[in-house]
Design a protein around this ligand. Structure first.
Ligand SMILES: Nc1ncnc2c1ncn2[C@@H]1O[C@H](COP(=O)(O)OP(=O)(O)OP(=O)(O)O)[C@@H](O)[C@H]1O
Length: 298
């Protein structure tokens, strides 16, 4: 049996003004992956393909070891999907929604649903139209999690939430994820949300995957070096350099592949490393996107 919950290989989707351009992505079972991309990067398109809501023009998609879209019915029974534009019935109560979902999915876990209702502080007899946006997102999560899906796909669940609601939804989600052995794909343009929850991170830009790695590696391999360059010394090119600023006797170099060989190289060239600074995930994302776009222009 495959240990991959998701597998995309050379996936292409063409729209009039957009190309999802040969997406290759793997999500191992038990991992939580954050998919980060600017507006229009192709995150929702990728997720819609994974959910069989639209079909790829080329490439292979496997979800829970089955081909999508061919096997979408058995796949969807085992996948919990929450998206920004998910429709719940405003005229109905949460209790009604719970009964409705339970009647469709045999794996529904009523005790877990009630636990989540308490943890999310939701009122079962309140009409959903009276719920705040944050409460609606929590209700959608509850309805999906209580089905005990093998895979959870969340398309921008925190978009549009105010900071308090975002904090509550993320906190609740982290609590749930910490307790259970979940496999999750979670898209967002908010790097802080992704950083809190994910152990794997993938960056998308303009229809392509531009980098993917585990969170620790991302944070460890990206560094900004402040360097003194004495007269007559030529600054060597470091591996993974994405940006070089400064002139004359100082330079600031950003690299995506920092290790001890970088400082050795600088020392042996006669440069003096003044500081080695880590970058936040947001800075790493922005640098990655800018570097890729600049390379495309040149
Ligand atoms: N049905 C469609 N027909 C034509 N173009 C589409 C269609 N759906 C999406 N697109 C285009 O595909 C591109 C990617 O959209 P997508 O929704 O996947 O991006 P995203 O990364 O999820 O962005 P956001 O963060 O803004 O939600 C956009 O330029 C969008 O206009």
């Amino acid at each position: 049996m495959s240990t991959l919950a998701l597998e995309l290989c050379g996936v292409v989707k063409k729209y009039r003004h957009f190309l999802l351009d040969g997406i290759n992505l793997e999500l191992p079972t038990g991992s939580i992956m954050g998919l980060i991309g600017a507006n229009g990067a192709g995150k929702s398109t990728t997720i819609r393909i994974l959910m069989g809501l639209i079909h790829q023009d080329a490439g292979q998609v496997r979800v829970l070891d089955k081909p999508m879209p061919e096997q979408q019915i058995p796949i969807k029974a085992q996948v919990g999907f929450v998206s920004e534009d998910m429709r719940l019935y405003g005229q109905a109560t949460l209790e009604w929604h719970m009964r409705f979902v339970r009647s469709i999915y045999p794996g529904w876990d009523q005790k877990y649903a009630e636990d989540l209702m308490q943890r999310f502080e939701l009122k079962p007899r309140q009409h959903l139209r009276r719920f705040s946006h944050g409460q609606r997102v929590k209700a959608a999560l509850l309805l999906v999690l209580a089905r005990r899906p093998r895979l959870l796909i969340l398309d921008e669940p925190t978009t549009g939430l105010d900071p308090v609601a975002r904090h509550e939804v993320l906190g609740a989600l982290m609590e749930v994820l910490a307790q259970e052995d979940h496999t999750v794909l979670f898209s967002s343009h908010n790097t802080r949300d992704v950083e809190q929850i994910s152990d794997q991170i993938t960056f998308m830009d303009q229809g392509r995957i531009i980098d993917t790695d585990d969170r620790e590696s991302f944070l460890e391999r990206w560094r900004r070096l402040r360097i003194d360059v004495p007269p007559g010394v030529e600054l060597p090119t470091l591996q993974g350099t994405v940006d070089v600023r400064g002139s004359g006797q100082t330079a600031v170099v950003t690299t995506s592949r920092f290790d001890s060989s970088c400082t050795s190289l600088l020392h042996s060239a006669g440069a003096v490393v003044r500081a080695i600074e880590p970058l936040t995930l947001e800075e790493i994302f922005v640098e990655s996107v800018q570097h890729r776009r600049a390379r495309q222009m040149s």
